[in-house]
Design a protein. Structure first.
Length: 447
């Protein structure tokens, strides 16, 4: 009769001991990493006997008491690292992913990014017996991904940078917690979402500010933490929306469903036969492009295949969105140190054929000024050509004109660095990483 009570007492004792261990670990981490105080104590330790290891939903820190005690017995550092690993996922905003994310690759990428940042801290309380096993993978990744943030690692993995047999070994080497609660919580309503994205954004911002203020204390060892925090808030521009910056409002011949009253219309047909009382409006206001210019940098430092892909997908988006009038005026210019080509397109029907016939010419140095000079001559010789904008695809390594043209101008850069090259104050600059823009193009092609 006493066995159930004894078992209950044993479980209570294990849970009490595990809870005490969890508090000791968090206190130890707080002493070393005070700027993460809200992250470390923002998760409520919650014992779950059926849970295998550690995990969090953004509010609770789920743990198996037996696992915690065993981990503590094996070496105190491992449990310290486990808990910090889980907290940093939320500081770096790893659980907040889009619907098109490959979750298997994302889970691997975020674990690698967190472990790399922790290893870089080189703190005695965080040294792990597994670091030698991780070192080989980190060396391999740094050859292709100099800055080990989750987003960059994910892009590399998605491109097939690591093959499946090795990918499984990498996942096992860096896994320290479970991510299952991240994706379960995303199915909840915004009001009851335990992930608390807005609160974690405040925690991240405060931690980043305090770490920046006390960077001398940590030196270069905190570089990985800061990189991942900055990556979490990096603004990602939607290319489709960006193209809309060049459109103007114009009346388009089209039925306006918003202003058409079907009741009176059908009443007239019913009462008088073929005589509707009110006809639908023949025009509606839309944002369209009637004249535009796309310039491609064909210098030796730019990828020809990437430039062509940029051109094709830009034109595809313009057609998909209905942004172009049925008749329009589009110039596609090629330029290195001089204008080497001009393809003129005036109708939607000839657009695919003209695009297929384009062959890029160049390979010399880079100078942006000839395009603007050429555009000025076009406008002078053809008074009807009034471009609504110029989109210049380039790596940014060239000379910019000093005077502002009479039309909006944007330079589009593909760079792994976050800061775009300095452009004149009258020009727009938009920077994408190559994998981000390609993903947007692929999503656009699937629509």
């Amino acid at each position: 009769m006493g066995q159930p009570q004894d078992l209950h007492d044993d479980l209570a004792g294990i849970q009490s001991l595990a809870n005490s261990v969890m508090e000791q670990v968090r206190a130890r981490l707080y002493v070393e990493l005070r700027f993460l105080d809200r992250a470390l104590f923002g998760l409520q330790p919650t014992p779950v006997l059926t849970f295998p290891t550690l995990g969090s939903d953004g509010t609770h820190l789920f743990y198996n008491p037996a696992y915690v005690i065993g981990r503590w017995t094996d070496g105190k550092n491992e449990l310290c690292r486990d808990i910090l690993h889980t907290a940093l996922h939320f500081v770096f905003r790893h659980p907040f992913v889009g619907p098109n994310t490959n979750l298997i690759l994302w889970d691997i990428a975020v674990d690698v990014a967190v472990e790399a940042a922790i290893t870089e801290l080189a703190m005695p309380c965080l040294r792990s017996m597994f670091e030698p096993g991780e070192a080989g993978f980190l060396s391999l990744l740094r050859e292709h991904v100099p800055q080990l943030t989750a987003e960059r690692i994910y892009a590399f993995l998605k491109e097939g940078g690591v093959q499946p047999p090795l990918l499984g070994e990498m996942a096992a080497a860096f896994r320290r917690d479970s991510h299952e609660h991240w994706y379960m919580s995303q199915q909840a309503s915004p009001e009851s979402d335990p992930l608390r994205p807005s609160q974690w954004e405040q925690i991240r911002r405060r931690a980043q500010q305090e770490l920046s203020l006390h960077q001398k204390t940590y030196g270069n060892k905190s570089r990985g933490l800061l990189l991942n925090m900055r990556e979490a808030t990096r603004e990602k521009v939607d290319y489709r929306t960006f193209l809309q910056k060049f459109t103007h409002r114009a009346e388009v011949m089209h039925i306006s469903d918003e202003e058409f009253d079907p009741i009176l219309y059908t009443y007239g047909l019913h009462t008088y036969g073929c005589l509707p009382l009110i006809e639908p409006l023949e025009f509606r206001d839309e944002k369209r492009l009637s004249s535009f210019c796309i310039a491609l940098d064909t210098s030796g430092s730019c990828s020809e295949s990437l430039s062509m892909r940029f051109l094709q997908h830009t034109c595809q988006l313009l057609l998909q969105n209905g942004t172009l009038f049925r008749r329009f005026h589009l110039h596609i210019l090629q330029c290195d140190a001089a204008v080497t080509g001009d393809t003129v397109i005036r109708t939607r029907e000839e657009l695919p054929q003209k695009l297929a016939s384009i062959r890029l010419r160049g390979g010399g140095g880079t100078d942006f000024r000839p395009v603007f000079t050429y555009m000025k001559e076009l406008m002078k010789n053809d008074p009807t050509f009034r471009p609504q904008g110029l989109l210049y695809f380039t790596d940014g390594k060239g000379r910019f004109p000093q005077t502002r043209p009479p039309y909006p101008t944007a330079f589009v850069f593909l760079r792994e660095e976050d800061d775009p090259p300095a452009v004149p104050p009258w020009a727009m600059a938009a920077t994408w990483r190559q994998h981000e823009l390609i993903e947007q193009w692929e999503e656009g092609a699937a629509l």
